[in-house]
Each structure stands twice: as structure tokens, then as C-alpha cells.
Design a binder for this molecule. Structure first.
Ligand SMILES: Cc1cc2nc3c(=O)[nH]c(=O)nc-3n(C[C@H](O)[C@H](O)[C@H](O)COP(=O)(O)OP(=O)(O)OC[C@H]3O[C@@H](n4cnc5c(N)ncnc54)[C@H](O)[C@@H]3O)c2cc1C
Length: 488
């Protein structure tokens, strides 16, 4: 993209939005060069921070007129490179669209701008006895717009469903620059489910500028237990037994021995010594129901060889159980200089078998894998540990990471449970879908964005533009070849 085009665009947007809203000096642009997946870095040509939906539409229209690609960014916590900037494009950051417009407890919904932080919705709803259920571990920093784009999950999505189950309506800026509404306050709208199509579209179908979310009543009672098992097999069997008994806990989370070792080193959570795996099981709902089901969960854990069960006596102990789990990703830095956070899904009943296979694949390559994950959903997060300073380890770790995803697909699962495809996993998409599947998805994308200006290069394995002949890209990523992106 000629610099003159970007300079003209910057001037036009400064005139329309004001100086403060437009960033074009290189030092400040670098602040936005990556999301949570920091091994990919691209400095955007321009960053714009609109304050209203109308300003956001204005920016998109200017990009369309200049044929400049644009990428939406919320808080930049994504783990698949979804908000990675385009080197010739505009990064549209929603962090100044941060108003909670309405909290309507009687209607069990709230209307928020996309830059609102996930936890802020719950904080606003709690005084009315409600909360926002999807709870990614990043909920203190990630934005609702990012959650919508990634269809984010969290520990408590087992019972309550993912983001897609909590979005009633959207206002979006289409890739043409029009402001339109999809869905609405009512639980269902006639016609195609465009809200469903938009949720999880990773910024490729437009930019969400307002989100109507469902609020859930705060439960009367919450009870949490920590069960220790000798093996992940036993913990996996206990998970299946709980669900098979008709109990749907709010959360069932598992950590294996290596993940426990890391969490202990980082936050001294005091989990039972000698555990090969721990489960955190949380039930919530009406007190009488929770009491009855909690006794059943305890019985099933013991029946599946739990050697120690701790029941949280109060909120402080409950927080301590969760502290180990919530710190686990970062804690892995205590036991390994480098690691890849993988995200795949398998049918829950296959947990013991798949965990065993992951162990074998890791051993064959001389690589360690720590497992910490949403066991109830079968959503694995294998943390592939390596040391970049040791020759060849990074490559072996990357190859193992791919082999784990193949395993998930082989068991009828998915290459991502909640972190999205973004840039990082585009290459794995053909392992799940045929060329025909991918072309059909492209038809939907092109219906929204015929010019391929909205977050191009993400999700799909090649930059297949509308009308382009399908074909796989081989070798290094074009951004790497052009010296514009680094992988390290
Ligand atoms: C420590 C840590 C823990 C995490 N735990 C979880 C977890 O438990 N569950 C989970 O699901 N994820 C988790 N994540 C990943 C991440 O937090 C989520 O994907 C989150 O939804 C991203 O939100 P964001 O505002 O940071 O979005 P960004 O990273 O800024 O963007 C993510 C994607 O959304 C698009 N986008 C952003 N805003 C909009 C908008 N308004 N309209 C259209 N598209 C938009 C971007 O283009 C990009 O493709 C974790 C990340 C970290 C760092």
C-alpha cells in the first residue's frame, strides 16, 4: 500500500474524528503490534480509536473508499493472532466504546458497547441479583466485542453455554460501512440467524458496536469441591460419571501432575500431595438441588478412586481452589522457559484415552506436556513445554502441537474450543474441513465482505478472495516472506 494512501486516510480521519483518535507515529503504533499470541508481530499502518458507533462506521467507509484493509481490536488478549494488524491496514480499536448503556434486570438483559470489559457487565448487574455468565479466564481484561468475535468460553460455560448462547442482538458496522442491527431484545428473530453467524466470525464479517447480552440470575447456592486422583484416567472417568448421572455442574476443571507442580510453584495453592490429577467441581443453583447433587458428585468421585476430597467451607477456600487453576497458564513459566498453549476439543468420554495418547506422543518427541482444561466440555488446553535455546525443540514442540490437534479431529473433535482460528490455526482448518466446506464458508464471508477488507488473512488457510480459485499456500507465511511478521 503506497504511503500516500495511508497519509491521506490519516489526514481525512483526523479531520473527521480529531487528532487524539488517530495514531500514526511508529513508536505508538508498536503498542498494537500483537495480541496475546506475541510470537506474531505486525506494526499496523494506522490505528484509529473511534468513540461512537457512527465514528466506527465513518472509519470503515473511509477504508472502503481507499481500498485499505481494516482489523478490529478489543483488548488484544486473543490467543490465536485474530487481532494481529495488517501491515497496510487500519487497526480499529474499540477501547473507547466502553459505555454500559442499560442494565434491565426485569428483562434479564444488558446493552453494552463492545469495548466494555467482560467482568464490568457482571459488576453492573450484581446489585440487581444478576450476572453475565460466560467467564473467560481473561475476564478482567478482555472486551465483550472480542468475546463475541471469538465466541469465547470459560470455566462456567459447561452449564450456561458459550458467548453465542448469551448474545440476543447486535449493532454492527458492515464491511461496507453501514450501521445495521441483527437480532434484538426478543429471544428470537425470524429469518436467517445472522447473530449466530456473526458470533465467532473473528472480525471477518464486520465490527460489533453494540451488544445486547442475556443476564443470568445469581445462584442461591454455590458449592465447590476439589478431588484428587492418582491418574488422569480416574479423573476423566469421574467426569464422565458425573455427567452420565444427569448432574450438570457449573464447572468441571482438571489439572494433571505437571500443571499442579507449576501452580504450586507459582501460587502455593496447597493441592493434595501426590495427586496425578485434580478435579475442581462446582455446582450452583437452588440450595436444595445443589445439596442433593453435591452429595452425588462426592459419591461418584470416591467411586472413581478419588483419594482425597476437600469441600470449600467458605468463599476464601473456594477462591484458593480456583487460584491454582486460574494461575495455571502463567504458572507454567515456572517450570519451562517456553510453551505453546494449545486449544482443542474432544468428546468428553474420550478424555482418558486422548490424555494417554498425548502423553505417548509427547514422550516419543522428548517433550513435556502439562494439561489444564475444561474437562466437562472436553475442551483440552495442553501446554506444550519446550526450551527455544535447545536446538530443534521449538520445531518438535510445534509438530507435537499439530499432532495433538490431529488427535482431537480423529476423535471427532475440533482444532479449537474457544481461542479461535485467527492467524495461528488457519493452517489447521483443512484438517477438519474439505475444500468444499471451506468454499461454502467463503461464500458467507463474501456475502458480508465482497472486497475482503475485514480482517483479511485470518481463519482461512490461504488469502482466497471472492472468486479466486482455491489452492493451498505452501511454505512460509507471506508476511514472513515479506519481512513484515516474525515468528519467534
Ligand atoms: C491469560 C488468558 C486467559 C484466557 N482465557 C480464556 C478463556 O478461558 N476462554 C476463552 O475463550 N478465551 C480465553 N482467552 C483468550 C481471549 O481473552 C479471548 O479470546 C477474548 O474474547 C478476546 O477478547 P479481546 O477483547 O482481547 O479481543 P482481541 O484479542 O482484541 O480480538 C480478538 C478477535 O476479535 C476481533 N474483534 C475484537 N473486537 C471486535 C468487535 N467489536 N467486532 C468484531 N470483531 C472484533 C478481532 O479482530 C480478533 O479477531 C484468554 C487469554 C489470555 C491472555
Amino acid at each position: 500500500m503506497p504511503t500516500a494512501v495511508i497519509e491521506r486516510l490519516a489526514g481525512e480521519l483526523r479531520g473527521a474524528l480529531g487528532d487524539e483518535q488517530v495514531i500514526d507515529d511508529r513508536a505508538r503504533l508498536r503498542t498494537y503490534e500483537c495480541d496475546g499470541l506475541a510470537q506474531y508481530r505486525v506494526v499496523p499502518a494506522l490505528v484509529v480509536l473511534p468513540r461512537t458507533a457512527q465514528e466506527c462506521a465513518r472509519v470503515v467507509r473511509a477504508c472502503v473508499a481507499a481500498r485499505v484493509p481494516f482489523v478490529a481490536r478489543g483488548s488484544g488478549t486473543g490467543l490465536s493472532g485474530g487481532a494481529l494488524p495488517h501491515p497496510d491496514g487500519v487497526l480499529i480499536v474499540t477501547s473507547r466504546l466502553r459505555t454500559i448503556r442499560e442494565v434491565l434486570p426485569a428483562d434479564e438483559r444488558a446493552v453494552v458497547e463492545p469495548g466494555v470489559i467482560n467482568l464490568a457487565v457482571t459488576r453492573a448487574a450484581t446489585p440487581y441479583g444478576y450476572y453475565y455468565a460466560p467467564d473467560p479466564s481473561s475476564q478482567q481484561i478482555c472486551s465483550i466485542g472480542g468475546n463475541v468475535a471469538e465466541n469465547s468460553g470459560g470455566a462456567h460455560c459447561l452449564k450456561y453455554g458459550f458467548t453465542t448462547n448469551h448474545v440476543l442482538g447486535l449493532q454492527i458496522v458492515t464491511p461496507d460501512g453501514d450501521l445495521v442491527r441483527l437480532g434484538g431484545a426478543a429471544p428470537d428473530s425470524p429469518g436467517y440467524d445472522l447473530v449466530g453467524a456473526f458470533v465467532g466470525s473473528e472480525g471477518t464479517l464486520g465490527i460489533a458496536t453494540e451488544v445486547t447480552v442475556r443476564l443470568v440470575r445469581l445462584p442461591e447456592s454455590v458449592r465447590t469441591l476439589l478431588a484428587a486422583f492418582a491418574t488422569t484416567d480416574a479423573a476423566g472417568a469421574a467426569t464422565s460419571a458425573i455427567i452420565a448421572a444427569g448432574v450438570v455442574p457449573a464447572a468441571v476443571e482438571m489439572m494433571d501432575a505437571l500443571a499442579i507442580e507449576a501452580a504450586e510453584a507459582a501460587v502455593r495453592c496447597g493441592y493434595p500431595a501426590g495427586a496425578g490429577a485434580v478435579l475442581i467441581v462446582e455446582l450452583d443453583g437452588p440450595a436444595a438441588e445443589v445439596e442433593a447433587q453435591f452429595a452425588e458428585v462426592e459419591r461418584l468421585c470416591r467411586a472413581n478412586a478419588a483419594f482425597e476430597i476437600r469441600i470449600a467451607a467458605d468463599d476464601a477456600e473456594r477462591a484458593l481452589f480456583w487460584k491454582g487453576r486460574k494461575s495455571a497458564f502463567a504458572a507454567v513459566g515456572r517450570i519451562s522457559p517456553d510453551y505453546i498453549v494449545q486449544d482443542g476439543v474432544i468428546p468428553r468420554t474420550a478424555l482418558p484415552e486422548v490424555l494417554r495418547r498425548i502423553g505417548e506422543l509427547a514422550a516419543e518427541r522428548g517433550i513435556r506436556v502439562a494439561n489444564v482444561f475444561h474437562a466437562g466440555d472436553g475442551n483440552l488446553h495442553p501446554l506444550v513445554l519446550f526450551d527455544d535455546a535447545i536446538d530443534g525443540q521449538a520445531e518438535r514442540a510445534e509438530e507435537l502441537s499439530g499432532a495433538i490437534l490431529d488427535l482431537c479431529v480423529g476423535y471427532g473433535g475440533s482444532i479449537t474450543g474457544e481461542h479461535g482460528v485467527g492467524m495461528d490455526k488457519a493452517k489447521y482448518l483443512p484438517r477438519m474441513y474439505t475444500d468444499d466446506d471451506l468454499d461454502t464458508m467463503q461464500l458467507l464471508r463474501c456475502a458480508f465482505d465482497p472486497r475482503s477488507l475485514a480482517n483479511p488473512g485470518k481463519i482461512f488457510p490461504t488469502p482466497r478472495l471472492c472468486g479466486e480459485v482455491p489452492g493451498r499456500h505452501k511454505g512460509a507465511h507471506p508476511l514472513q516472506e515479506a519481512g513484515l511478521a516474525e515468528v519467534f
